[in-house]
Design a protein around this ligand. Sequence first.
Ligand SMILES: CC(C)(COP(=O)(O)OP(=O)(O)OC[C@H]1O[C@@H](n2cnc3c(N)ncnc32)[C@H](O)[C@@H]1OP(=O)(O)O)[C@@H](O)C(=O)NCCC(=O)NCCS
Length: 213
Amino acid sequence: MTPSADPPALRLPFDASGLAADPLTTERLRLRPLETSDAPDVWEYQRLPEVLRYIPWPERSEEEAYEHTRTRAGMRRLVAAGDGVILAMELVGEPSVAADQAAGRNRVVGDVMLRVSNAEHAQLEIGWVLHPAFQGRGLAAEAAGAALAFAFERLRPHRVQAILDARNTASARLCERLGMRREATILEEEFHDGAWEDTAIYGILAREWAERG
Ligand SMILES: CC(C)(COP(=O)(O)OP(=O)(O)OC[C@H]1O[C@@H](n2cnc3c(N)ncnc32)[C@H](O)[C@@H]1OP(=O)(O)O)[C@@H](O)C(=O)NCCC(=O)NCCS
């Protein structure tokens, strides 16, 4: 047990709608809540088998995927365990595949999820997905780093975790790049396509994040 004077307290409720008007910005990206109108861009990565390989999304038809984006776009308020928000990763200067490109819309190349794992104990989860054509450039690290910084600053979690398929080495490398520590490998936690699969859990504590500067 680690002694601490401070009881855990996530700053809830939190409404992410404010980020629509005032997005998080990084060198190359804008991060703001996912919108229903992002569905064409999201479909470009959600339809790819290599993207679905390690995330708990079933194969969806285009129509089902648009409905899924609509549902995820509606996730704005964090109040209790299980509540999440999806931050769209707009790559600045890359045109959206959506029909209304005339508006000069940036393409959504991936997204970052922040979810309340446990409100009482101030635990959050982070997750990510990036279109393969945009991987290998540090964009996921840029987005996840900004989302983590925002989360620690605004929501005040005691710890943030990422839950991975243990074979997902790209995601594990990203966790390590963010300063997250491998805390556990859970053997044969899920059964998919005729085989048992292991889960990896990475975590970072608020004080560890602060020490990174
Ligand atoms: C997990 C995932 C987001 C990682 O994407 P990524 O682009 O590899 O991640 P990063 O942004 O950290 O980029 C790192 C790579 O870019 C390279 N890179 C190039 N320029 C860089 C820069 N300016 N800064 C940092 N890295 C840079 C790094 O060397 C590294 O390459 P490596 O993986 O060959 O070592 C991606 O693989 C993905 O979306 N997978 C499918 C969905 C999925 O599995 N999601 C996770 C579920 S838990």
